[in-house]
Design a protein around this ligand. Sequence first.
Ligand code: FRU
Length: 485
Amino acid sequence: MREWTREERYRVLKSADEIKELHERNARSIYRQRFHVQPVTGLSSDPNGFIYHKGLWHLYYQWCPWGAVHGLKYWYHVTSPDLVRWTNAGIGLKPDTIYDNKGTHSGSGYSDGQDMYLFYTGNHRDENWVRTPYTCVARLDSNDNAVKMPEPLFGPREDYSEHQRDPKIVYVPEKKKFYIFIGAQNLSLKGRVLIYESEELLSGWRFAGELKVPGYEDFGGMWECPCIVHISGKDVLIFSPQYTKLPGRGESTNHNVYFIGKMDYDSLTFTPEGDYQYLDFGFDFYAAQFAANVSDPDKAILIGWIGLPDNHYPTEEEDWEGSMSLPRELRLIGGKLIQSPVADFDQLKGEEILADGSLPETCEMRVETPAGNVRLNLFTRKDGSGGLTICYDSEKRVLRVDKTGLAKRFNQNVGEVLDIPMEDSLTDIRLIIDRCSVEMFINGGKYTFTAHVYPTPEEHHYTVSGWDQVRLWQLGTSVKDDFVV
Ligand code: FRU
């Protein structure tokens, strides 16, 4: 693993020429994704500013241009007509003011139909490296360039720690008010969400209070990337609690969870209907965000980062890492979010291929089981050895995913085996395989499991046992490695 000095990590990008060679090198990797948004160079982490505006989907990601390292963060902009085909659009936000001198950190988008706005955290640090987070806003001009408002909307509160960031902006028609949710940590180092309110989008912001989630006053040390959506008559709150271990999540201290319930803006209380649920059971899924401005009241669109803070991935050797998940369509059924790739994803589906044990670099696989114990070994060698083992124990109703058999092992200290405890019997899994990721939609999307995998050229086979049906399709390409900066 390369050691980076602070100067190297926080270097300001002055010209695209400085990363052209890196881009060419990164683009040659055998692990470059074919249909997932990935960093133009260096590192991508959280999705930001995800929104539908004037007929186009806009997405940004936290971007560190220099390599596979968390340093000075930019927002990199990509657009899509359909959430399937993505075009690199260049830098979305750059750290170029006193308020964001050490990074334009995560945030969300807002469209009033005419104009589109980006709400983000300006990560200011002084010469002693003391951090002050500001909540800032920029408006897109007619060329899609973000024009920042000269002053932040508000700064941090003294009665919380320096961890106050990731503004999620919403408009609540019943209250005729805008609200901003901020991920935070209190002075006792507990995760919190702060709520600000205003009648105007760009001015008049005041602190409304702390979000109350009864029963969850001691649940992680920081709630990163809070996001709320109203779907099928209910509110869904997602966030990424960190600095804590959670049941069944191995040694990981970074998670992504959701609550279904009711948000009361008078008392600033989110009343959950039940316990928190994992948004995804996989090794690598974090900082997910709902798209803003989705018109269907019964559907939400979600995207996450395939990766975790403080984790390391094999492409670090090639000076890049990270990928966005597929955008997912979410519906609320039976007290759960039911997730699937967006409907248009099927455009990428090519010929059905013979399920003969070889695994193309990119493909969709569907397996179905009548009941019983089944096993699927993906990314094995030709003789069936090694690989990622997906194994169902029908008595315990547990689906276990074990990555210890892969040639390229990583994040061993965080855990290489995870279980999905299921309420019902396993019936089917839809697997979407790109060059360095696998996403599984289990039992029609009731459970999902997302992981990075870095198969070697020898590891492109699979074995199955106990399944009723195994079908495979080629998948096309929908992202290009264009060098747009
Ligand atoms: C989550 C996070 C956010 C922050 C951003 C910085 O991964 O830590 O809270 O805004 O990343 O890149």
